[in-house]
Ligand binder design. Structure first.
Ligand code: F6P
Length: 744
């Protein structure tokens, strides 16, 4: 209310100043015009009569003067003639009674022989007096006076003031009304909505920010408040979780516990993570910059860890709006609304990215490490780019740790095999780990790579090499054994090369307990309605379009299922969320076509007018969108032909706080070793996979519940905080390397 009063007051004052100023000028101009008009008329009459009257006055002919005056005098124009002593001789009848015996203008004209004029009250009216001397032989013989009524001057001024006052009132009212409407719709109502919203947040209920008309005004505020609310909610959830864990006497790793651990164990030593994929990318869409969370298991796992630990994450800035959203050094806080760690972006040219990422990493190492019968391609040019990109990342990383003592460096994945050695060569005091997120094949398979020794030598620059499973560790150790001159301790799982000792250990990666903060409140009915389907059972798959994921196999298994069990036709819909991936690589482009073709075939063969068995959604989906699919699906299919871990399986389990839903999981995914209560399948066995779908649909509720409860226990216990805690603990225990001194 106060705001409205202030605003309306300000509007009235401004209008008053503007209109008042204009009125003042207008009145002044009008007055000058009217006075000029009076003067002109007085001069015309006075100077016109002067010649005729002068001889009469000189002769003292009062009758002669009277005759002339009678002719020219009117009610509003009095004329008078004064003698040489400034005494009234004759005046027109209308003015005569009101004329004073002497007039200063007359005295002035007679005495000084000049024209004298001015305003004066004559009788009761205001008049303009014009006195011109009458002369004879250069001698003043009297004065002729023209007296014009000037009362209309006041009237004109009042009229102008009055019309301007009305204008002021009208303008002030209209502007105030418009301002009130604008204030109401753009300020008062949005403020009311914002305050309702903040009240809900304070009460611990997360509601998305209201739609407010002016995002420029309220957007930043909404972002700040949402960030604040999220922090409060996180703190509240962490406290509740800690309290609950204390009650049951368990010591599960939580975000809070990892924070404490980092504070105590690392004691201020900085942590730097390096990966190719960045946790957030900025892309231009429809003229606006969008923030995307890339479809990457690595990001799903590492982002919560970094939020807990803080530090710097060095990654390739691959978004087309990444430069604009970072500072001059490529740095920005993540998450943007409540920064918990720093992202340092590395810039690569298109050519470098092509050779290093698409070429060597994804046409060479990716198929080399995944046994899926896609032939790896190794080109010398790609290798050169791979080495060059590793050097670029090394420079950035070294820049980040320049002033840090004994920093901890966690290198992620197959994009950076040479990087550990590059870092250690410059900073022997740094503790360096490399975690390989994909499988490590047997030594014969890996030997295909022409640069096998260089890759292994680079990795053995690290103090710690991590894989998801012991099986991959063993494959790695065997590969090293057959390739390089080293000593391998099969009891302690270490490799000694020269003076360097590298530990090789399994750390099965996982997810954070909550897949998203404040999950959306979308019900199953809403989800189906939005998809435009009606189904009794909902199946879901969430993947990048990658040949390791067994997508064609999955859809053929679904076909097999519907053919074998036709009673489920029309009742089950399978939704596949398919994120486009590495699509400039020929094999991936072919795969995308193959997958779409397979979906089409299944839908054409089995679908009806009102039912499509497979809904294929080929686009990027943010975690918040995916959450609803996980949460409402009756079953989730993970049919990887080979997969280091597969975090989709763990994400699905972590979202199912209703303890329901069935996971169908490939035995070739690392996750199958931990999630024993999934329906484990061989994705190449279509009949077996189809049978698993039927089992999932017909599984009694109690069994679903029991299996999901056990899987949830595994995922909540072996979560990403534990993964990070164990890895950092192992790494920080490694003694400082003193050149020339052997460590055991
Ligand atoms: O497992 C390897 C990996 O880097 C994963 O961490 C991630 O899910 C996936 O590949 C993403 O691939 P890209 O970063 O090439 O899109």
């Amino acid at each position: 209310m106060k705001l409205t009063i202030r605003l309306v007051g300000a509007i009235w004052l401004s209008v008053l100043i503007v209109i008042g100023g204009f009125a003042f000028l207008q009145i002044r101009e009008e007055r000058e015009r009217l006075v000029d008009d009076l003067k002109r008329r007085a001069v015309l009459v006075g100077e016109g009569l002067k010649e005729a009257i002068e001889p009469q006055v000189a002769r003292d002919s009062t009758a002669g003067v009277e005759r002339i005056l009678k002719k020219f005098g009117t009610a509003r124009r009095g004329i008078a003639v004064y003698d040489r002593f400034a005494g009234l001789m004759v005046a027109t009848p209308d003015i005569a009674p009101s004329l004073p015996p002497s007039l200063p203008e007359v005295t002035d004209a007679v005495a000084n022989d000049v024209v004298s004029q001015g305003f004066r009250v004559v009788g009761v009216r205001r008049a303009y007096v014009y006195a011109t001397p009458l002369t004879r032989d250069d001698r003043a013989v009297g004065a002729l006076v023209v007296i014009l009524d000037a009362a209309h001057l006041e009237g004109a001024a009042w009229n102008l003031w009055w019309s301007n006052a009305l204008r002021f009132l009208a303008l002030a009212l209209v502007v105030s009304l418009i301002a009130l409407v604008v204030v109401r719709s753009s300020v008062t109502q949005p403020m009311a909505k914002m305050s309702e919203w903040t009240k809900s947040l304070r009460a611990g209920r997360y509601v998305p920010p209201p739609d407010v008309p002016d995002a420029n005004v309220f957007g930043p505020l909404a972002r700040e408040v949402a960030g604040l609310a999220r922090s409060m909610q996180r703190a509240r959830a962490a406290a509740e979780q800690e309290a609950a864990l204390r009650l049951v006497g368990e010591s599960i790793w939580t975000e809070e516990r990892l924070k404490q651990f980092v504070n105590l164990r690392l004691a201020g030593r900085p942590l730097v993570v390096v990966s190719n994929r960045e946790p957030v990318s900025h892309v231009r869409k429809g003229g606006r910059i969008q923030t995307l969370t890339p479809a990457s298991g690595l990001v799903t796992a590492m982002d919560p860890m970094m939020r807990a630990c803080g530090g710097v994450w060095v990654a390739h800035g691959s978004g087309d709006a990444d430069r604009e959203t970072a500072d001059a050094r490529g740095r920005l806080g993540v998450p943007e609304d409540d920064p918990r760690y720093t992202l340092r972006r590395v810039w690569l040219t298109k050519e470098e990215e092509h050779g290093y990422y698409y070429g060597f990493a994804n046409e060479g190492l990716w198929p080399l490490c995944h046994i899926v019968h896609t032939r790896p391609v190794f080109r010398p040019d790609d290798w050169a780019h791979y080495l060059a990109a590793n050097r670029t990342f090394a420079e950035t990383l070294l820049d980040e740790i320049r002033d840090a003592e004994e920093p901890l460096v966690l290198i992620q994945d197959y994009h950076f095999a040479p990087l550990p050695a590059l870092i250690k060569a410059e900073r022997p005091d740094a503790r360096v780990a490399i975690f390989w997120h994909i499988p490590w094949p047997n030594s014969e398979a890996f030997a295909i790579c022409p640069w096998q020794p260089e890759l292994l030598a680079g990795m053995l620059g690290a103090d710690l090499v991590g894989f998801h499973t012991q099986y991959y560790c063993n494959n790695f150790l065997e590969t090293v054994d057959r390739t390089l001159e080293t000593r391998i301790d099969w009891e302690r799982f270490t490799v000694t090369r020269g003076e360097r000792v590298t530990a090789v250990k399994p750390f099965p990666i996982s997810v954070a307990p909550g897949f998203v903060d404040d999950p959306p409140q979308r019900t199953r009915e809403e989800l189906l309605r939005e998809l435009g389907v009606s189904a009794e059972f909902l199946g879901v798959g969430v993947e990048r379009v990658d040949y390791t994921k067994g997508l064609p196999e999955r859809f053929r298994a679904l076909r097999w299922f519907f053919e074998r069990y036709p009673e489920y036709r029309g009742r089950v819909v399978f939704v596949q969320l398919a994120a486009p991936s590495r699509s400039t690589i020929k094999r991936y482009a072919e795969l995308a076509l193959e997958v779409e073709q397979t979906v089409r075939e299944v839908n054409e063969a089995l679908g009806t007018v009102s039912w499509r068995p497979i809904l294929y959604l080929a686009r990027h989906h943010e975690h918040r969108e995916i959450w609803s699919y996980y949460r409402h699906a009756d079953f989730c299919m993970v049919t990887s032909l080979h997969d280091g871990m597969n975090l989709v399986a763990k994400e699905f389990v972590s979202v199912r706080d209703d303890e329901d839903g069935v996971l169908i999981l490939s035995r070739f995914a690392g996750a199958s070793q931990e999630l024993r209560d999934a329906l484990i399948i061989n994705p190449y066995d279509l009949a077996g996979a189809a049978e698993a779908i039927r089992t999932a649909l017909e599984m009694p509720k109690e069994e679903r519940h029991a299996r999901m409860t056990r899987m949830r226990y595994v995922v909540s216990e072996h979560n990403i905080y534990r993964w990070a805690g164990l890895l950092l603990s192992e790494l920080s225990r490694i003694p400082v390397e003193t050149p020339g001194v052997k460590t055991s």
